[in-house]
Design a binder for this molecule. Sequence first.
Ligand SMILES: Cc1cc2nc3c(=O)[nH]c(=O)nc-3n(C[C@H](O)[C@H](O)[C@H](O)COP(=O)(O)O)c2cc1C
Length: 596
Amino acid sequence: MDARGEDDDRAGGHEHHHNKQEQEEQQQEQEHQEQEQAGQGAYVPVLYASQTGTAQDTAGHVSRTLIRHHLSSAAIAMDAFHVGRLLELPVVIFVVATSGQGEAPDNMKKTWRFLLRKSLPPDSLQHLHFAVFGLGDSSYPKFNFVGKKLFKRLLSLGATPLTPIGLADDQHPLGVDGALMPWIETLLTAIRPLFPQPLSRPPIPGDKLLPPVANVIQLSADEHATLTYQQQQQQPFERPHNEAAPSRRTPARVPIKLNQRMTPEDHFQDVRHVVFDVSSANLPYAPGDVLYVMPENTSESVDAILDWFGVDGAMLVRVQVDDEAVATSLPALPDRLSFRDLLTHYLDIQAVPKRYFFEILASFAADEMQSEKLREFTAAEGQEARYDYVNRMKRTAIEILRDFLSAKGRVPVAYAADMFGFMQPRAFSICLQSAGLNTKTFLHAGEIHTAVAIVNYRTRMATPRRGVYTNWLKTLQPDTMFVFGNRNAAADFLYGDEWRALEHRGLLTLVLAFSRDQEHKVYVQHKMREHAGAIYSAIARGAYILLAGSSGNMPKQVREAFVDIIQQEGGKTAKEAEAMVKDMERTGRYTCETWD
Ligand SMILES: Cc1cc2nc3c(=O)[nH]c(=O)nc-3n(C[C@H](O)[C@H](O)[C@H](O)COP(=O)(O)O)c2cc1C
C-alpha cells in the first residue's frame, strides 16, 4: 500500500511537473517570438576572407561589437559558412582582405566562385542587407580590389547595402583601425531600424568580458578516462594515414632534407636554402604554387607564458568551440593536448598582440591604474596610444605582459586562445631549377625547395625583433641526429670522415662524445642532455630512435636519458614519460641493437 501510495504521489508529481514545464516552454516560446519580431537575438554572421589573419581579427571585433548590442553573431571564414544560408538570412556582414595582386584570399575562393555563377538570377539576394569592410594597402595598384568587387557583385544580385564600403589601408597611421572605427559606427546606425529592440537597449559595457569563443577547458580525470588510446596518444598535427591532401586546417608534418646557409657567415643577411621532403605527404604542387608552413614557438616564450598563467604545461586541455562553422574556420586541434603543446604549436604568443588581448587583460588586471591604461588601449580614442605603444615598437605579448604584471596569474586559461589568437601559416615561394621543367615532370620529385631570409631587426626595444617562422626554421635541422660515443676522437671515430661529410652537407646533426678526451668522462647520455630541446622536439614530431652499441650499462643509461628529456622538455610526469618510451618500443619507434 505504502509503496503504491508513493508511486501515485510520484505520478502526480510528474503530472504537475509536466504541466509546469509545458507552461514554461510556452512562455519561453512566446518570449522568443516577441524577441524575433523585434530582432532580439537575431543572427548576424560576420564572414571574413583573410590570408594572414588581419581580416579574421577585424571580423572578430565586428562580431563582438554586434554581440554587445544584443545580436547573436560569430566571425566565420567565408568558405566555412554554408553559402546557401545567404539565401535565408536577412543581414550578413563581410570583412575581406585583398591578397596577391588583387586576388581573393584562399578562404573565400569557393564562395566567390559560387557568387560569380552566371546562372544566379539577378534577384537572388533581394532579401539580403549587407555591409562590406575591405582590408588593403594603397601602395598596391589594385587597392582593396576584392572588397570592391564583392560589394558590386552583391549589388548586382539584388542585395541592399547598409553602409558604403569601408576601406582599410595599411598606409593609414592607425592601420586598419583608422577606417574601422568610423565604419562600425555607421554600421550600427544603419542596422538599428532592422533590429530596433536589441539596438535600443544599452550595449553590454566594454568592461564586461564576453564568454570565450575558443574555450580552453582543463580535462577532468573523468573526461580523460573516456578518451580512447588513440586520442590519448594524438600529437599536434597528426593526421590519419589515408587522409586527403594536407590543407591549411590539417597540415602535414614533413621532414626537412636540407637547411643550408647560402650567404657568407659574415654577411649581414642569413639566407637559407631549405628543402622539404614531401614525398610522403600527398602534396601535389605545380610551378607558381606557394608553400605554407606552420612555425613553432620557442620553448623560452612558451615557458614565459606558462609562468604568466601560473599553470603546469603538462595540464591536459581541450578547446571547445560551440559554433560548428567557427570551429571549421580555426585549425583542426587534437581532441586533447597539453597546454604546453597548445602554446607551442597553435597560439600566436610571439606576435604583436591585437586589440582583444588588451580587452581581456584589462578585465583581470588587479591594479586600477594598469586596468585603466589597458582599457584606454581598447577604446576608440585610445587607438593612437595603443599604436604608439604596441605596433610602432613591435612589442610582443610577452613584453607587454611584463609591463602589466598585476594581471599575472589572474587570466583564466579559458581565455588563452581568444587572447593570443591562432598562429597563421607562413607563405613561401617555391623555387625549383627550371631547366627542363614542365608541370608533369619535376627535377626534384617529392621535394619542395625554398629560399628563406631569416628575419631579425631592431626597433627601439632592447631585444632585437625576430621573425617567428624564419628563426624557428633556422633552428631546424634535417631530421637525423647522430649521437656517437667512443674513447677518443683521434683513434676511435669510426667512419669519421663520412659522418663529417654528411654533416657538412647539412644532412645530419652530429653529436660527439669522446669519453677520454678530457679530464672527466663524457658519455653519449651526457651529450644527449645538452641537446634535450632538439631531441624532444624530434620525438614529438614522430622521430624513430635506433640505439646500437655495447650491451652493458649504455642502453639503460641512454633510455633513462630519453625518459628524463621527455619529462623535462615535454612537461610530463615521470610516469607519462616512461609510458611514452614504452609505447615507442612497442610500436617500433625505439629499437636497440646491442652486443657484448
Ligand atoms: C602578398 C600580399 C599581397 C597583397 N596584395 C594587395 C593588393 O593587391 N591590393 C591591396 O589593396 N592590398 C594588398 N595587400 C595588403 C593586404 O590586403 C592587407 O595587408 C590586409 O590587411 C591583409 O589582411 P589579411 O591578414 O586578413 O590577409 C597585400 C598584402 C600581401 C602580404
